[in-house]
Design a protein around this ligand. Structure first.
Ligand SMILES: NC(=O)c1ccc[n+]([C@@H]2O[C@H](COP(=O)([O-])OP(=O)(O)OC[C@H]3O[C@@H](n4cnc5c(N)ncnc54)[C@H](OP(=O)(O)O)[C@@H]3O)[C@@H](O)[C@H]2O)c1
Length: 334
């Protein structure tokens, strides 16, 4: 089978297409999946560009969707022909997260889904949403579950509340869609006027250009008297404004590090507002199944900017690097 592997030192230029032995028959408790799609996340980018050190010849990509082609002994949840999508934390089935590291995360600590086939435990997958293409399903593993987790199990978002989403990347657009499905009002930010128009078309009630309005947190507060939930994807560079945006007892889902991994936080301001800062590491398999039920009930579709063939994975990451995308960047396999 064809696969992409990371060579060390890892850079986009050393992402390499190779032929590997096929996945083989599934062992007891496993399913064999013919993979048809993946999608890019910022975490995958950090793996393929060497920021997150990984093993030489690691197969990248946490997201994988495809069709079950065989099931091992003892597997009753899936049958050949089922369309499935991978989960991000294979050891986190439900409840509290069992470990705070990425040693078992596909595409990081273990091989991921930039390949044509895999045999893996059935518990590493869920069924894909009814009617979804493989490409659509492959957007859910990381970005979809993260947005869901932030706003629904963690939020929880109530109808009539206000949610602020930052920028127009994968996590933020899922968050916008889930927030609207929960009956919330959405304030969306972007660096681009053209993307702000698209955010309105997607259902945003208010938009703010965070480049031309650097005090966007105060602007968001003024729009609603205090935001209830912020989907924080920027990290230290945006957190001070997110703290300004929230009302008393507001919730900030700390998800991303696009502006850096450490920095100053206006601690007293957060305390004074009795804000709730909740770290997020994607979610459990149970979260993924709950999210898929909500997607089916609300007929939600992911926003896919464009897709690239597997062997053009480096070009897909260069497109992500450019920041020109709106929503998810997909990978088509086979
Ligand atoms: N903790 C978790 O479980 C988890 C899970 C998934 C992702 N993440 C993290 O969440 C972040 C976003 O991931 P993603 O996959 O959605 O990335 P992405 O699709 O590449 O999104 C990038 C977008 O973020 C926006 N952005 C960049 N800098 C910004 C800033 N200073 N303020 C506001 N928006 C900004 C830009 O939108 P505009 O072009 O519209 O300005 C950009 O297009 C990453 O740091 C990623 O590692 C964390």
């Amino acid at each position: 089978m064809r696969a992409m592997i990371v060579r060390t030192p890892a850079t986009l230029d050393t992402l390499t297409a190779v032929d590997l032995p096929d996945a083989g028959a599934p062992a007891a408790g496993e399913i064999a999946v013919r993979l048809h799609a993946s999608s890019l996340n910022f975490h995958d980018y950090l793996v393929v560009n060497g920021t997150i050190p990984t093993g030489d010849r690691r197969i990248p990509m946490s997201d994988g969707a495809g069709e079950v082609i065989a099931v091992g002994d003892g597997v009753s949840e899936f049958a050949p022909g089922d369309r499935v999508v991978s989960i991000f934390h294979p050891r986190w089935q439900a409840g509290a997260m069992p470990e705070a590291h990425f040693r078992h995360v596909p595409g990081d600590g273990v091989d991921g889904y930039a390949r044509e086939a895999v045999a893996a435990p059935a518990t590493w997958f869920t069924k894909a949403p009814e009617g979804y293409s493989h490409l659509e399903a492959a957007t859910l593993t990381c970005a979809g579950v993260t947005a869901w987790r932030a706003l629904v199990p963690d939020g929880p978002t109530l109808a009539g509340q206000t949610v602020l989403v930052q920028g127009s990347g994968g996590v933020s657009l899922f968050a916008l869609q889930f927030a609207k499905a929960m009956g919330a009002r959405v304030i969306a930010t972007s660096s681009s006027e053209a993307k702000l128009e698209r955010l309105i078309a997607l259902g945003a009630d208010h938009v703010i250009n965070y480049r031309t309005t650097p005090d966007w947190g105060r602007a968001a507060f003024a729009l609603c008297g205090g935001v209830d939930h912020v989907v924080e994807i920027g990290g230290p560079g945006t957190l001070p404004q997110s703290i300004e945006a929230i009302g008393i007892g507001g919730h900030i889902a700390l998800i991303g590090v696009l502006t850096g991994v450490s920095g100053e936080i206006p601690t007293a301001r957060l305390m004074g507002k009795q804000g709730r800062l909740q770290g997020v590491s994607v979610g459990s398999r149970r979260d993924q199944r709950d999210m898929i039920a909500a997607i089916e009930a609300n007929d939600l579709r992911p926003v896919i900017d464009r897709s690239f063939p597997l062997e053009a994975l480096a070009d897909a990451f260069r497109h992500q690097e450019s920041g020109a995308h709106f929503g998810k960047i997909g990978v088509e396999i086979g």
